[in-house]
Design a protein around this ligand. Structure first.
Ligand code: PQQ
Length: 255
């Protein structure tokens, strides 16, 4: 660089490929596939109490996802964006006959010996799970659209963990069969469809460095949302410090 050339501004936007690499690096560093609860679950070391606690608590995430997507859509003036986004709600809610991911999660609940009505009531969800998931819904409702969209990009990292989960559950647990793991099989095609659209949108529309940093921060926040849920699960049901009001083993069993 000669003395007459202007140095690049500190806040110059990242080239597209570098921006994408920064987003992907968040998965390598912080995605919840690295949480010890997942190793325990996928390698068959979880007791049925721990599996039931996971299914009950994750219900709060599952059931909130279409609500956060509806909150997102309520903010979009662009019909093209709404049209692309609404398939996410269809994936989880499905039609009246077929149902969708929500119904498939309740099949898993039944398969692990729980009363699906108990699970669907949301009773027994731990406070920390609620705080984490509800923070995600609020984030998507309140933050700028680019950050709201980028926070869903943890789905970039989900197919690998879903594949590991399907294989691990089928290998190690007698409750696992094509019906009970069907939730995860559907996600193998649904998540890449979501990511194709959203990643391209974020990479294209985050044109300032500030927007790019906000997208990176949003994705980082979302990894915290996921990690915090598993920390709560580990504390409550592996370490045995069940918080007041949360599910007690033996409650909500299938009749
Ligand atoms: O099992 C998982 O590890 C996992 C992770 C994630 C994720 O990375 O947020 C989602 C899902 N599953 C999932 O099933 C799902 O429907 C989903 C929607 C979203 C989202 O942020 O919009 N994440 C995820």
């Amino acid at each position: 660089m000669t003395a007459f050339m202007t140095p690049p501004a500190i806040d110059a936007p990242l080239p597209r490929a570098e921006f994408e690499a920064r987003l992907r690096a968040i998965g390598d560093a912080r995605y919840h596939d690295k949480h010890p609860f997942h190793d325990r679950l996928h390698s068959g070391q979880c007791s049925m109490t721990e599996v039931q606690a996971w299914v009950i608590n994750r219900w709060h995430y599952q059931s909130s996802i279409p609500m956060k997507d509806a909150a997102f859509m309520s903010r979009c003036r662009d019909p093209d964006l709404r049209r692309a986004w609404r398939s996410r709600i269809d994936d989880h809610d499905g039609g009246p006959e077929s149902g969708g991911g929500i119904r498939r999660w309740l099949k898993l609940a039944e398969g692990v010996g729980l009363d699906p009505e108990y699970v669907a009531s949301g009773a027994g969800v731990m406070p920390a799970t609620r705080f984490a998931v509800d923070a995600y819904v609020r984030f998507v409702r309140d933050e700028p659209l680019i950050a709201a969209m980028a926070s869903s990009l943890t789905e970039m990292f989900a197919p690998a963990i879903h594949t590991r989960r399907i294989d691990g559950l089928l290998e190690h647990y007698s409750f696992a069969n094509p019906e009970t793991v069907s939730y995860f099989r559907h996600r193998l095609t649904e998540a890449p469809k979501d990511v194709r659209f959203t990643l391209d949108w974020v990479l294209t529309h985050a044109v300032t460095r500030a927007d790019q940093e906000a997208a990176i921060a949003a994705l980082t926040f979302k990894t915290d949302v996921l990690w915090a849920q598993l920390d709560a699960l580990w504390n409550g049901y592996v370490e045995g410090r069940i918080p007041p009001g949360a599910w007690q083993p033996g409650e909500g069993q299938a009749r």
